[in-house]
Design a protein around this ligand. Structure first.
Ligand SMILES: [Zn+2]
Ligand SMILES: [Zn+2]
Length: 759
């Protein structure tokens, strides 16, 4: 009686903790549930987590139970008939020919993991009955098959199915199911292939039994006998390896789902490899790409390098370019243009100066090393001109732009805004392709910036609007312009069927080539260069990264009903601007036009370039209130500053001459507003050699009552440069006499004569 009670108690107490060690391979899944990658478990085994497949496929179940335990569904852990039969057979043959074990007992043996002794056999029997008391038959079968050894370092039917047959368990044939049924009892048979005859014989015996039991028909039986047993391990799929490494290092769940789209991932990977192979001939070794679904913020393709498997010193295939921060080149310019539109600094039509300019100690030049005098903002953006971008940033404010980038998710701004200064817009800051995708997606989302993610369960924080939807629309529309120098071929290939807003960038010293494209659906970021930072004169955003961008963009599915961003009428107002300069109309502007502007745009400056003159029609002279005679007529004249005129003329533009003022007029001159303080008039200046043997420049200085006015510097009547908020200018001078003239934007001037001698 007591024995029965104690035994009852034993059965009633749940199994201690885990049934079997939960030591599984980490499996990282694409969004369709296919494998991106499977990692070895801590025992260096392939053992897939059982949650991957909750139902044991019928063929496998039938084969296993036929082979191991025909009465599985009926016994309670131990099959007395089988035990007696086994004992009889073992005695008869004087060795162990049959264990008489049920499948539950085999599971118990796996849990106990003890040598086969009679004592342990009893423990197995008791544990098996206890297991039966606590778990359903389905759970027991699942538990057994999920952990059984299949040979080599493969555990569990899931890993075995993929590694031996390269397929999901539910696709297994009868022959494959039979192979998996016999292996756990003889796992040594799987490899090497010299054992394959033995394995095949065992499998065929099982097939025969199944045929005799009428589980399979004759035709199936005979065809299945012809199937070969596996002779090599098949690899698990491997896609987006840089991303999976990133996940493997930070996530410890057995199964990690991602937002990766297998098809886009494989295609992108192919294009990156193909493109990198071409670039290699020019000494450009590395490339990476990222594709984001704009609607969801989900990363659908992540290619960290041109070849993950190439561990060559030069190739550095393991480096994950997607998270590496690189100089941004010109690629941040669209954000500045959009922000400057909201701020009322420019509209796409507004002229920006494009002349050599000194900003404190910094003097930007354009990639072409030419200047156009003035250009509309849209042209400046499309041609990625540096001087207008720097002027725009100067007007907008470095700190403000820096704050915007930070709020938009750029995580790599390690220095203060002031330390970056104006070069921030020319690639002074380093940004990762990941953050870049976040930025451009924000542009495509109407100025609402948010995180992007590879984790489908991540709840993305609410998006914050940093730029108005109308301003982003205007900028995206400019960036859609497809005909760009050097890419005519791609324009033809890409056509205008699927518009894409895109921008390229090349970092200083030709170290990084960027190309980023965005549409209502997708953002694609491409970076090409050398991971070790080596520069290459062949490297340019347009030629090195642009083609790869278009190859990728071309394969992305599009909804033909929504190819381009919706222009929302309520976001815009019509404003009247000067037709020639793109500023708000002043009373002097002769021609005006109406254009769209964001409804909340701050008011823009009125046209600074048209001046109203009163002309005496009989003489053609301009007259003023001091010298008019009542016959004058008003006229608006386009009057640029001298430096603009200089470059306009240089580019063959006919410049309107300012009408000459009536010579008879005694108009007042402003005096003492601007004065050259160095060199002083009639000075004789000695210029020493620098350390490197070159002659030092003479630093000219002015004192002015209006330090914010732009100043124009001329030496010997040749225009040198202009300066903004900067009273000094380096002048490189020959030996001999010189004349220095400085004129401010209002026409106030001073002049000194001096001579230079050098050693
Ligand atoms: Zn005007
Ligand atoms: Zn006058």
């Amino acid at each position: 009686m007591a024995v029965v009670l104690i035994y009852g108690l034993y059965l009633a107490i749940p199994l201690p903790g885990e049934k079997l060690a939960r030591d599984y391979s980490q499996v990282i899944l694409a969004r369709d549930g296919s494998f991106l990658r499977v990692y070895l478990n801590s025992q260096e085994q392939w053992c897939l987590p059982p949650q991957l497949q909750t139902e044991i496929p019928d063929k496998l179940k039938t084969a296993v139970l036929t082979y191991e335990d025909q009465y599985f569904d009926r016994h309670w852990g131990v099959n007395p008939v089988a035990v007696v039969r086994a004992a009889y057979l073992n005695v008869k043959h004087q060795r162990v020919v049959s264990g008489g074990s049920t499948l539950t007992m085999q599971l118990a043996r796996m849990i106990l993991a003890q040598p086969r002794t009679l004592y342990n056999k009893f423990r197995e029997v008791f544990l098996a009955m206890k297991i039966e008391a606590h778990y359903s038959k389905r759970e027991i079968l699942q538990e057994y098959l999920s952990h059984a050894p299949y040979g080599s370092n493969v555990r569990g039917y899931l890993a075995a199915s993929y590694r031996f047959f390269g397929k999901e368990p539910k696709q297994l044939t009868w022959g494959e199911a039979a192979t998996l049924a016999v292996l756990p009892n003889a796992p040594g048979m799987i490899f090497p292939s010299k054992n394959s005859d033995k394995l095949e014989r065992k499998r065929n015996q099982l097939l025969k039994r199944m045929y005799e039991l009428e589980i399979i028909d004759e035709e199936t039986y005979e065809l299945t006998l012809l199937e070969r047993t596996p002779d090599e391990m098949l690899p698990f799929p491997l896609a987006a390896p840089h991303l999976t490494d990133r996940i493997h290092a930070t996530h410890h769940r057995d199964i990690v789902e991602t937002t990766i789209d297998t098809e886009i991932q494989y295609e992108t990977n192919f294009f990156v490899q193909q493109h990198a192979a071409k670039m290699k001939e020019m000494g450009i070794r590395n490339a990476c790409a990222l594709v984001v679904d704009n609607r969801t913020g989900h990363v659908v393709s992540y290619v960290g390098s041109q070849d993950y498997h190439n561990l060559d010193q030069d190739e550095q295939g393991r480096v994950d370019g997607v998270v590496a921060t690189r100089s941004s080149g010109s690629i941040l310019k669209p954000f500045l243009y959009a922000a400057a539109i909201d701020e009322g600094i420019v509209l796409p039509q507004t002229l920006i100066k494009d002349v050599p300019t000194y900003f404190e100690s910094f003097s930007p030049s354009n990639a072409s090393e030419t200047f156009q005098g003035v250009v509309p903002a849209s042209t400046a953006l499309i041609h990625s001109l540096n001087v207008p971008a720097v002027r725009l940033l100067n007007a907008y404010g470095v700190q403000k732009f820096y704050n915007m980038l930070e709020a938009a998710g750029v995580q790599s701004l390690f220095r203060h805004a002031d330390d970056y200064g104006l070069p921030l817009i020319l690639g002074g800051a380093e940004v990762s392709p990941w953050d870049m995708a976040q930025l451009y997606r924000g542009l495509a989302q109407g100025g609402r910036f948010a995180r992007i993610t590879y984790d489908p369960s991540e709840v993305l924080e609410p998006e914050q609007e940093l730029v108005s939807e109308a301003a982003t629309f205007l900028v995206l529309d400019e960036l859609k312009e497809l005909i760009r120098p050097g890419l005519e071929f791609y324009w033809k290939k890409y056509g205008d069927q699927r518009p894409l807003a895109w921008k390229t960038g090349t970092s200083y010293g030709h170290k990084d080539a960027w190309a980023v494209g965005t549409s209502p659906w997708w953002t694609v970021v491409v970076w090409v260069g050398n991971f070790d930072g080596e520069s290459n004169k062949n490297l340019s955003g347009m030629a090195s990264a642009g083609p790869l961008l278009f190859n990728i963009a071309n394969i992305l599915p599009e909804d033909s009903k929504e190819l381009w961003f919706e222009e929302k009428a309520e976001d815009f107002v019509m404003v009247r601007i000067c037709e020639e300069t793109g500023f708000y109309v002043s009373s002097a502007c002769p021609n005006t036009m109406e254009v769209k502007a964001p409804v909340h745009m701050r008011p823009m400056k009125v046209c600074p370039y048209h001046q109203r003159f009163f002309i005496d029609p009989s003489t053609g002279y301009a007259v003023c209130s001091r010298c008019w005679d009542g016959h004058q007529a008003a006229a608006g004249v386009l009057k640029f500053t001298p430096d603009i005129n200089y470059y306009l003329r240089k580019n063959g533009v006919i410049v309107t001459e300012e009408p000459i003022h009536n010579p008879a007029c005694r108009q007042l001159q402003e005096h003492g507003i601007l004065q050259i303080t160095y060199p002083v008039d009639r000075a004789n200046i000695f210029l020493p050699k620098d350390f490197d043997g070159s002659h030092q420049p003479l630093i000219g200085r002015v004192a002015t009552q209006f330090p914010d006015r732009e100043m124009f510097w001329y030496v010997d009547d040749s225009f040198v440069s202009s300066s903004v908020s900067n009273p000094s200018m380096p002048l490189y001078l020959r030996e001999g006499p010189h004349v220095l003239t400085v004129v401010d934007a209002e026409g106030n001037r001073d002049q000194v004569r001096f001579s230079v001698s050098r050693n």
